[in-house]
Ligand binder design. Structure first.
Ligand code: DX5
Ligand code: ZN
Length: 225
């Protein structure tokens, strides 16, 4: 199934509940929450209190993308706050398998994120544990960056591995995914589509989401729409 994971990084934080309602009306079925610590990436965003505040105002799953140096330290707090999915960066997890076990133990769906420079093959051993793999199509840290086409081959490679290994993890893509780039990422094999700046815009948010999903679904093979 093709899904829009709306990235609240691009929302109007003074009206977050209204912004969430608009993307939900526009067809988003996941809320993507970009957690940044000012160390792994040069920016700071949200912590567990924001997840806790979002939890009662939406039924959408909260997909926490952990751009932090030590994700292990935050697993319990985010789970308790109401996170549904947690993705950790391959680049910071010295004991990736153990971190994923902890995410599962705390009742969240586990995922691994790879930066543009990180090869897909670093994940082969953990693929059977994953709910999804998140392929970065920008270097993480900021919204509104330009899509890096190198992500397309990585998405296709993951889709091949999934087939060869008989697995069913999903493929998420994040960064510069917009109305003019989404068809390519869907054709390559992604089905969880993170988008922030392409969606949130005063007066246009709901319509942006509707149109984005229309383009994405038109590009998908029949069995995944
Ligand atoms: C970037 C974040 C993204 C960001 C995407 O580090 O991980 O989720 O919100 O923003 P856009 O869709 O504007 O590229
Ligand atoms: Zn993200």
């Amino acid at each position: 199934m093709i899904e829009l994971a709306a990235s609240i990084l691009a929302a109007d934080f003074a009206h977050l509940a209204d912004e969430v309602a608009l993307v939900e009306q526009g067809g988003a079925t996941i809320l993507h929450v970009d957690v940044m610590d000012g160390h792994f990436v040069p920016n700071i965003t949200f912590g567990p209190p924001v997840v806790k505040a979002l939890r009662p105002i939406t039924r959408l799953p909260l997909d926490c993308h952990m751009m932090v140096e030590d994700p292990d330290n935050f697993i319990a707090d985010f789970a308790e706050a109401g996170a549904d999915m947690m993705s950790v960066h391959q680049e910071v997890c010295r004991h990736l398998h153990r971190t994923l076990q902890q995410i599962i133990h705390h009742g969240m769906l586990p995922a691994v994120v790879i930066n543009p420079a990180t090869p897909v093959d670093t994940l082969v051993e953990v693929l059977p544990m994953l709910h999804h793999v998140l392929v970065m199509s920008v270097n993480p840290g900021f919204g509104g960056q330009k899509f890096l086409p190198l992500a397309l081959d990585k998405i296709a490679h993951l889709a091949e591995l999934r087939e060869e290994m008989g697995l069913n993890f999903r493929i998420e893509v994040d960064g510069g995914v917009a109305h003019d780039t989404v068809a390519q990422v869907v054709e390559a094999g992604a089905d969880m589509l993170v988008a922030g700046s392409a969606i949130f815009s005063p007066g246009k948010t709901e319509q942006n989401a509707v149109e984005f999903l229309k383009i994405a679904r038109a590009a998908a093979p029949a069995q995944v729409v």
